[in-house]
Design a protein around this ligand. Structure first.
Ligand code: B4P
Length: 306
């Protein structure tokens, strides 16, 4: 099922309201203030580099006592959101918030103003908001679509972390396995990735034209879902994916990974895992990642490659 025709007209016409050059200073100022009053509660980690099949993975192990409440304990944290975490109005439909419990500094959430479920299909308005932020910030955008894909909040939110992400030279560690992917603008598979996925290269110039970037990214997204055999069905809340998946977006490419389960051997994986960054709660789980190897962990939560 194609995505764009189901997108409400008002969403298609949403114009980003973000003033050029305003996002990064707003993130810095907000983070400083939120930290000083205790609204921002970073999770401290120790990062270890693990090499697997040419990818230098970063595995972060929690080193501080995290006070993060279990998901759902405090209701919906995005409606209403904590005003101290507000960064910017992005568009008529989306706001940018600081992630309250960041592991990576300046981790941004792009949240719908009105409630929409996290497993509903992304629409042009979601991509317009993402593109408006990514035009300002060289980051990795991502979406955990469904609990089996690592989402713990039900209210629709995309996320962006600034690049570089990993411990190695490569901006996004998994890019070491994307080099041999076809250069065309049609979704395909990257020969090096050992799990089912779909991949497409993007022209970075697209982000210089945020008004049209939303439409273009939504078209690529629909094609990626089709290529990865992630079906959409119509529900009373609009198009919904019939299975969980992770979507990763940089200025140069998009990657979609259908998910079979949230954890492998008690190691929880979200979209950042498929970028080459894993998070574990303790040394015991870190040891399991060392033993299995990071790629085996990723294979364990994704479909086998056809
Ligand atoms: P989800 O899509 O629901 O799930 P997630 O990114 O996997 O984070 P989760 O909440 O499950 O945290 P986890 O213990 O795995 O994202 C919801 C987002 O909302 C999270 O970023 C959360 O922190 C944030 N949030 C919750 N309450 C909030 C509030 N009141 N206001 C604003 N934001 C709120 O991971 C703990 C932390 O580590 C999270 O920040 C997560 O983003 C980060 N993380 C997870 N895996 C990582 C990795 N591999 N590398 C680096 N960081 C990682």
């Amino acid at each position: 099922m194609p995505v764009p025709p189901e997108t409400p007209r008002t969403m298609r016409q949403a114009q980003p309201a973000l003033a050029p050059g305003a996002l990064w200073p707003a993130i810095l100022e907000r983070a400083r203030h939120a930290l000083s009053i205790g609204a921002l509660q970073p999770i401290h980690t120790r990062q270890e580099a693990l090499d697997d099949a040419g990818v230098r993975f970063g595995v972060r192990c929690v080193s501080s006592l995290a006070h993060k409440p279990p998901a759902g304990a405090a209701g919906n944290p995005f409606a209403p959101y904590e005003p101290e975490l507000f960064v910017a109005d992005i568009s008529p439909t989306h706001v940018a918030l600081l992630n309250k419990f960041p592991v990576i500094e300046h981790h941004l959430l792009i949240v719908t103003r009105r409630f929409e479920p996290q497993d509903s299909a992304l629409a042009v308005g979601d991509f317009a908001a993402l593109a408006a932020c990514m035009a300002e910030l060289n980051g990795l955008g991502f979406y955990n679509a469904g609990t089996s894909a690592g989402a713990s909040q039900r209210h629709k939110h995309l996320q962006i972390v600034p690049l570089p992400l990993g411990p190695g030279e490569v901006e996004v560690p998994i890019e070491a396995l994307l080099e041999d992917a076809p250069a065309d603008a049609q979704p395909d598979r990257a020969p090096g990735l050992p799990f089912e996925h779909s991949f497409v290269r993007l022209n970075p110039a697209l982000f210089g034209d945020p008004d049209n970037a939303g439409e273009l990214l939504a078209e690529h997204y629909a094609a990626l879902l089709r290529t990865a055999s992630v079906a959409l069905i119509m529900s009373d809340r609009g198009p919904m994916a019939t299975q969980a998946y992770n979507l990763l977006v940089t200025r140069r490419w998009m990657l979609c990974v259908p998910r079979t389960q949230e954890c492998f051997d008690s190691i929880r994986v979200n979209a950042l895992g498929f970028a080459g960054s894993l998070l574990v709660k303790d040394e015991e789980r870190l040891e399991r990642v060392r033993r299995h190897g990071p790629l085996a962990v990723l294979r364990g939560v994704a479909r086998a490659r056809r």
